[in-house]
Every structure is written in structure tokens, then in C-alpha cells.
Design a protein around this ligand. Structure first.
Ligand SMILES: [Zn+2]
Ligand SMILES: [Zn+2]
Length: 179
């Protein structure tokens, strides 16, 4: 989605649009492990206005991705809503931006020419939304290190850890004795 700079006025205007997932999925897939993949376009809801030459864009993205759990390796659906605020300064002012008004939840960017391309901003927000380690749930029990069973589906038949590995070896030897 591109905005014409002339259409951004002092009066706030709201906008809703879907941002296609293709580019974002390409970026999500650049890492060594593909943790998340968007299932459809990112829904964007935002308001834009200007103060002098600075453009303000704030709103939220909502997305649904499919994640691969880092513990149990199962697929899971990961919906995410993330708010954002951007201030865009004309590129001619230099790359420093309005440093004096820097705030934690405020992102800075620049614009040049007569259009603002929102795609890179939306992509940045989507990557931030899906930057966490994927877990199907906070208390995922993962896989049994011995038999590989998914422990979320119930306990496996493996004996509980005996604590002393030397005892475990003795136990095995006893089982292997022929008589
Ligand atoms: Zn899991
Ligand atoms: Zn097991």
C-alpha cells in the first residue's frame, strides 16, 4: 500500500487494507529455521496525519501465522495483534531524524518523493510480531528424550529418570543376563 504524501493532511484519516503476505513470508523464511509462516494477508488498520513536514502513521496489524513449536515440533496457529506508531521525516533532513522526541514505542523512518510506501513498515512490524521463539503453549512438555513421544498427549512408557546413571547401567546388565 502506498500513500500519496499530498493526501496526508493535518486532519487524521483512517485506512484499512490487507497487506499481501508474500514478501513477509520471504523475509520470515530467510533465517536458518523457518519458525513462522503467515497464512494470509496481514490486516492493517491505521490513521495518518501530518504536523508540518513530519508524517504520523499509527495503528495495528493483525496476522495469523503457523508456527513450528521449538519443543514438540508440532504445527500450531499463532494469531498476533500488534500496535505501532511511526514518525516519518523528509529524507532531505538527513538520517538522524527528530532525535529529541525519541520515545520507546515510537519508530522513526523517512520518506522521499511524493509517495510513502507502507509495505516496509508493515513488514517490519510483522517480523517483530513473530520474533519470539515459537512455542505451541507456554507449558509445552516437549518430546521424550528417549522415545520421542509427544508428552503433551500423555506420559510415555519410559521409566522415570532414576537419578544415578550408574544404577541404570546395572539395571540394563541384569535384564540382559540369560537366566
Ligand atoms: Zn509444543
Ligand atoms: Zn519416552
Amino acid at each position: 500500500m502506498k500513500l500519496r504524501v499530498d493526501d496526508i493532511t493535518a486532519e487524521a484519516r483512517e485506512l484499512e487494507f490487507p497487506e499481501p503476505e508474500g514478501e513477509i513470508n520471504r523475509a520470515l523464511g530467510l533465517g536458518a529455521v523457518r519458525d513462522y509462516r503467515l497464512e494470509g494477508p496481514v490486516k492493517v488498520k491505521l490513521a495518518h496525519y501530518r504536523a508540518g513536514t513530519e508524517l504520523f502513521i499509527q495503528g495495528e496489524i493483525s496476522a495469523t501465522a503457523r508456527g513450528l513449536c521449538a519443543r514438540c515440533a508440532e504445527d500450531f496457529v499463532a494469531p498476533h495483534v500488534r500496535g505501532f506508531r511511526y514518525v516519518l521525516a523528509p529524507r532531505s533532513l538527513g538520517d538522524d531524524g527528530p532525535a529529541a522526541t525519541r520515545a520507546e514505542d515510537l519508530e522513526f523512518s523517512t520518506y522521499g518523493g511524493d509517495e510513502v510506501d507502507l509495505a516496509p513498515l508493515i513488514q517490519e512490524q510483522a517480523l517483530l510480531a513473530y520474533s519470539t521463539r515459537p512455542l505451541c503453549r507456554e507449558d509445552c512438555r516437549g518430546l521424550c528424550p528417549r522415545c520421542g513421544a509427544n508428552l503433551n498427549e500423555g506420559d510415555c512408557a519410559c521409566p522415570a529418570e532414576s537419578g544415578d546413571p550408574r544404577l541404570a547401567v546395572l539395571h540394563t546388565l541384569k535384564l540382559r543376563r540369560p537366566h
